[in-house]
Write a protein that binds this ligand. Structure first.
Ligand code: NAD
Length: 317
């Protein structure tokens, strides 16, 4: 598996969940890493403070001057800065658009000016909306939220910059990535937190919504392979596993791992103004045949293993 080595890379949103794992792995591989983040959701790389190969800028990706400053002599940029989480994004539609559109345009413009090798854009499986079958990169796309539409704008900007200025890109459509350091804007950390507090799990709707849970180690490997593999250039890649799991099944899994299945119940709740039914995707699973072929990689971490690792990390922290 050939991953980036000895390069200078920028990670926007590098203090976030996926970003922090990219930072760790890229430092391990002896790269020089620069992070640009405004710390909206805290700092998940504080444990790396003092590493000589890491430089952190507290800045907003919408500030072009700062983006340009951080991109000098950089080979590759991983553009992950975003407002993430269905509910967060629902509450901030204007900011979501602003960050996706302006932030992505800034990154691509600086990449063009400095002649970077590649821009990797963190997109989302939300762009597919509801689709009964496994979702393939070729579409159809049926976005149902402002967040998903904004991601499509970011994707289209990548394509436009290739067409107009020959900037190479890879679009990464992440499917429910989870693992250590993820915070409780997301379903797995929320469930684990409630179980550890002996509180029943709250599920919106009937719990039969299907997701494709992807462990962070697989997501990072696929992201880094997309950076090094030339045949990934200018492609869109699903970062998922192709395995369907309902929210009910996920909840029962977590209760079992935490040995609370006899003590705690699942509580069902109607959608509400905090989480409206209109923006809920009911069926989401990746078709990873193209991604596996392009990257020569198949996700390795089963949900049961990944959940145990997350729970162990959570209890330790
Ligand atoms: N985690 C998932 O399952 C998932 C699924 C689909 C897509 N994605 C995409 O992957 C990327 C990373 O997601 P994540 O899960 O690590 O989320 P995260 O919220 O943990 O990380 C995002 C980071 O971006 C930073 N940020 C937000 N606005 C910024 C701005 N204006 N300027 C600079 N930094 C800013 C935040 O402070 C945060 O550190 C995002 O683009 C997200 O849309 C993630």
């Amino acid at each position: 598996m050939k991953l980036p080595e000895g390069l200078r890379v920028l990670i926007t949103g590098g203090a976030g969940f996926i970003g922090s794992h990219l930072v760790e792995k890229l430092l391990d591989l002896n790269n020089e890493v620069i992070v640009l983040d405004n710390f909206t959701y805290g700092n998940k790389i504080s444990h790396l403070k003092g590493n000589r190969k890491l430089t952190v800028y507290r800045a907003d990706v919408r500030d072009f001057k700062k983006v340009k400053e951080t991109m000098k002599k950089v080979n590759i940029v991983f553009h992950m800065a975003s407002i993430v989480g269905v509910e967060e994004a629902y509450r901030n539609p204007v900011e979501v658009l602003d960050i996706e559109a302006k932030g992505t345009a800034n990154v691509l413009t600086a990449a063009r000016e400095y002649g970077l090798d590649k821009v990797l854009f963190g997109s989302s499986s939300e762009v597919y909306g509801n689709y009964l079958h496994a979702m393939s990169e070729a579409g159809p796309l049926a976005p149902i939220s402002a967040y998903a539409h904004a991601k499509i704008i970011g994707e289209e900007y990548c394509r436009a910059f290739k067409q107009e200025y020959d900037v190479d890109y890879v679009i990464l459509r992440y499917f429910n990535v989870y693992g250590p350091r993820q915070d409780d804007r997301f379903v797995i950390p929320r469930f684990v937190k409630r179980v550890s507090q002996n509180k029943p799990l709250i599920i919106y709707g009937n719990g039969e919504q299907v997701r494709d849970f992807t462990y962070i180690e697989d997501a990072v490997n696929m992201t880094l392979l997309s950076a090094t593999k030339e045949n990934a250039n200018c492609k869109t890649i699903n970062i998922g596993t192709g395995i369907r799991t309902s929210i009910n099944k996920l909840a029962k899994h977590i209760l079992k791992i935490m040995r609370k299945e006899k003590k705690l119940q699942l509580t069902y709740m109607n959608y509400n103004s905090k989480r409206p039914r209109a923006i809920e995707v009911f069926n989401r699973v990746a078709d990873i045949s193209s991604a596996s072929r392009t990257l020569n990689y198949k996700p390795r971490i089963k949900l049961s293993t990944g959940l145990k690792r997350y729970v162990n990390w959570y209890l330790r922290e």
